[in-house]
Design a protein around this ligand. Sequence first.
Ligand code: SAH
Length: 692
Amino acid sequence: MKTFCGRANPTTGSMEWLEEGEDYDYHQEIARSRYADMLHDKDRNVKYYQGIRAAVSRVKERGEKAIVLDIGTGTGLLSMMAASAGADFCYAIEVFKPMANAAVKIVEKNGFSDKIKVINKHSTEVTVGPDGDMQCRANILVTELFDTELIGEGALPTYEHAHKYLVQEGCEAVPHRATVYVQLVESRRMWSWKKLFPVHVEAEDGEKILVPPSEMENCPGVPSVCDIQLNQMPSSDFITLSDVITMFSVDFSKPVQSASTYYRVQLEPVKSGKAQIVLSWWDIDMDPSGKINCTMAPYWVKTTSALQWRDHWMQCVYFLPREEPVLQGEKLYLTACRDEYSVWYNLQKAREGENEADEEEHKADVRVESPVCRCRAHLLWNRPRFGQLNDQSRTRQYIRSLRKVLKTDSVCLCISDGSLLPVLAHYLGAKQVQCMQPSRIDLYHPHFFKANHLEDKIKIIEARPELLKPSHLEDKKISVLVGEPFFTTSLLPWHNLYFWYARTAVSTHLASNVTVLPQSASLHMMIVEFQDLWRIRSPCGTCEGFDVQTMDDMIKDSLNFRESKEAEPHPLWEYPCKSLSDPQEVLTFDFTKTVPQQCLSTEGSVKLLRKGKSHGAVLWMEYHLAADISVSTGLMQLSNEKGNCEWNPHCKQAVYFFSSVIESEILSDPTAVTYAIKFDTKTGEIAMDFKM
Ligand code: SAH
């Protein structure tokens, strides 16, 4: 069997469909899966075990046999917990075939084959009866089908179906209940992920202010969840305007309804401010009494016990459709709307002299349709990209460098997706400005240019770089070629080197004395010890006494599937690490020249300066815009004493996990790491290898 996998080609900036063996998809799925992270989540595991033991005892106390249904068994962990807690029989359902196979092996290895039946089906396909998958309905329902938004992985329809067809009335459920909490906040930092702020430019003829089209003001944005490690957001970056509010709960031991609905609470701000963001997280009670509780509450809410680090459950950031000034103590209504898979929020002010009888009237105002972007910008820019475009110090660097290179007779072409550079170039006096957005259909920019009366000033070229014709440029040669560079199809930092390929493709249109901005780029690397991120790729061995090595081996195989392992993108501002080496420049890319035929490669060794576990290498790009002006998409600051790193908050960096993490080897204090890094100019990819 062959499958087709979509992948952006970094040499053409466009999506290509590659034929891959059946294994490919499966290895990708396993290698990037969250199973290891879940197995390392001690707090979750301990509480599930406690909850399962309590549920089995309650059933036994009633004199019944304990028949367990475990939907989404993964490794079989929760079924094995149930079996060792004394359950009479477990039906372990798993839809993902490789996992179901692994569960069979793990269950066997741990000696539970006679108590646990693994069924490789989606739960809605499971049959009950003498000839069915299950002999009878279960009286204990165990699942772990939750994502950061609680319902995004389809927990509600799965529960709805299970209650109708697979479990007895009055069954025990572990978890018993989930509760969603919210807090209303003002945060310029998070709001900058939703809205473009005005950009101020000191032009020759006075200050210019670049504004977003008015539709953006009330645009609800896109429905996709914004899940982040909120524990990495310093308290100085937001102002809490309300207490923590219980928004809604789901009781999993009763029939569950998945149809769209909404929940509304009244609240009074504890502070006046601008309501912009709803922060949200959930907790699960493993038993009806609520004594066994597993919570995702962030650091400022949960102060009692140590926080459990986990990446499979984080916290959510919801953006209100528009910013709302609120006063301390005034009456507000916050509405959570949800469909089967996602949640969104609305804030309304109570009307003068309103009382409960007016409730009904408000209901009519509740917007239950899911958010749809009306301003088109949210279809073009994702949240980190909004943040990047709103980063004023970054914009200043571009303005400073453009000012150095632009002249009044400049013919300027900008190649980058959804960029503000063409506008900046125009304001800074370029005679002719054109732009090309190779990997994106952009419905927003025409709008944006119009809102700023620039529609006649900046021309959008609808051709790809290799198809550029002199007529597109009004028969002029390009004297200034600019790029951020940024392309929406890029996954890893070096994929933005597509700018170099595009520059090569338009070579014949460049004036002999052309200025290219950035003039060059460099790849940088540093060896780090992660505080927690290493867990997502590290084997677990045993989990709460159960041998899950089969799973570890499977993940290891998938990570080593290709002859050389791959680096993976992670936004490191969310994942603290300590540098063990100095940052090092490893490759440079000269944009004033065309892409060479031969590969660029380098070898060397990095000295380890600090004690610590070498978990991996972090790699990022820096762009040299003009003499003395550079922007980094990775390291922003390094404190020399402890090696604490500050990362660019709008970019993902590349992380290459060393085999010491994947194999869980204990290394005796290495003093250096040797590396071999190769940029393949034919594919635009970077291959690397490291040795201690
Ligand atoms: N129970 C395991 C794994 C949880 S991950 C543990 O707690 O460690 C969730 C698993 O559920 C995934 O393997 C996914 O493939 C599976 N899954 C999700 N919805 C399902 C459904 N409706 N029927 C069967 N499997 C499902």
